[in-house]
Design a protein around this ligand. Structure first.
Ligand code: GTP
Ligand code: MG
Length: 188
């Protein structure tokens, strides 16, 4: 049959924002993954697994397939000491997932700083690559809405790339499918 197009996706964002928890939902080893709906039967399994997720050291590489694409995701550590690794993977990436902790209002300015660094980088600046934002942890009582997050990050200033923001709860797996569907439709 037809070979699926191979795409590299870079998953970025501050430490503790939920990157690994999000990617975990897309992995075929996770029964809730493989782009299937999160069925009631598997919710407890998914929650057990999310408790096992530890802060990423350096980065992890994960692979999964959708109907038309074969994804390789670089799940980077968001800790400040590892953020200098990010730029080494910009050139070979076809799309970016940028995850924000909607409940971490104190560090929203740090998230914006890292996003601005990313978007102005020479390997990203001139390219029309899709950027998917997850306003994650929408379940938290004091979580900002995705509209508020996009205002604080000044996303409307992004003119040269298709972008989209989804509110998500990565522990329950909510909002992730919508985001990845968008990403799939916008990767050339
Ligand atoms: P680094 O690897 O250190 O960069 O962090 P990360 O962005 O990969 O975050 P990770 O997925 O490890 O999640 C950090 C913590 O947030 C974990 O305790 C998760 O269970 C929790 N978490 C992730 N997503 C959500 C969410 O949507 N809601 C809530 N309440 N907690 C979440
Ligand atoms: Mg991680």
């Amino acid at each position: 049959g037809l070979r699926k197009k191979e795409v590299n996706v870079l998953c970025l964002g501050l430490d503790n924002s939920g990157k690994t928890t999000i990617i975990n939902h897309l992995k075929p080893t996770n029964p809730t993954g493989s782009f299937g709906p999160l069925s009631e039967d598997w919710k407890h399994v998914s929650q057990t697994q999310t408790q096992d997720i530890v802060p990423t050291i350096g980065f992890n590489i994960e692979k999964f397939k959708s109907s038309s694409l074969s994804f390789t995701v670089f799940d980077m550590s968001g800790q400040s000491r590892y953020r200098n690794l990010w730029e080494h993977y910009y050139k070979e990436s076809h799309a970016i997932i940028f995850v924000i902790d909607s409940g971490d209002q104190l560090r929203m300015v740090v998230a914006k700083e890292e996003l601005d660094n990313l978007l102005s980088h020479q390997d990203i600046r001139s390219r029309r690559m899709p950027v998917l934002f997850f306003a994650n942890k929408m379940d938290l009582r004091d979580a900002l809405s995705s509209v508020k997050v996009s205002q604080l990050l000044c996303l409307e200033n992004i003119k040269d790339k298709p972008w989209h923001i989804c509110a998500s709860d990565a522990v329950k797996g909510e909002g992730i499918q919508e985001g990845v569907d968008w990403l799939q439709d916008h990767i050339k």
